[in-house]
Design a protein around this ligand. Structure first.
Ligand SMILES: [Fe+2]
Length: 186
């Protein structure tokens, strides 16, 4: 799938019913575009995943209520998207941890593979440095915001608390790679 098709698909699914998710997705996609210098041939794939990572929230698609799985299944079964794109959406931002909390880990892990670590981390960086409104933020602030938005005892709060060390280290690793690539270009 090319990037413009991914953007159009995300727009169609999110813009009207979920304007905030649509704004977030635009911000995440802008972050993904900025990673092109460190992603080589996979830059387009990560940009597509950035546009589409949250489509599982769209009412038209939501099924299990676990958005990474719902979004990836839709991409696989309805759009017939590339396997790697489905895998990236399925496992975005430590989805397997939330899948465990929701007793959906067997479905997620058996249907979708975990992609290359560099790509998984790149998508974490894009998602975790973008606010719900699509602005740039730090990973620490982003995690804090998610925890306060969902509040104690929510499945997302439990999942993000468990995932926080991985999300933070992945995001920092990508930021460091990007800074390094930029410095080398000067
Ligand atoms: Fe998400």
């Amino acid at each position: 799938m090319d990037v413009s098709k991914a953007r159009e698909l995300a727009r169609r699914l999110l813009e009207e019913p979920l304007p905030r998710r649509w704004a977030h997705s635009q911000g995440v996609a802008a972050r993904a575009e900025s990673l092109a210098p460190i992603l080589g041939d996979d830059a387009g794939l990560v940009q597509c995943a950035a546009w589409l990572h949250d489509i599982g929230y769209a009412p038209q698609i939501a099924d299990t209520g676990f958005h990474p799985l719902d979004g990836a299944r839709y991409l696989r079964d309805t759009i017939h998207a590339d396997r790697r794109l489905c895998d990236l959406v399925a496992h975005h931002s430590c989805a397997l941890i939330e899948a465990e909390e929701r007793s959906l880990q067997r479905e997620l892990a058996s249907e979708f593979a975990v992609e290359d670590e560099a790509l998984v981390q790149a998508l974490i960086y894009c998602d975790m440095t973008t606010t719900p409104h699509g602005e740039q933020t730090t990973t620490e602030e982003r995690i804090k915001e998610i925890l306060s938005r969902y509040g104690p005892d929510h499945v997302v709060t439990r999942s993000i608390t468990r995932a926080a060390p991985t999300l933070t280290s992945a995001s920092h690793a990508v930021a460091a790679r990007l800074a390094h690539a930029r410095a080398a270009k000067r």
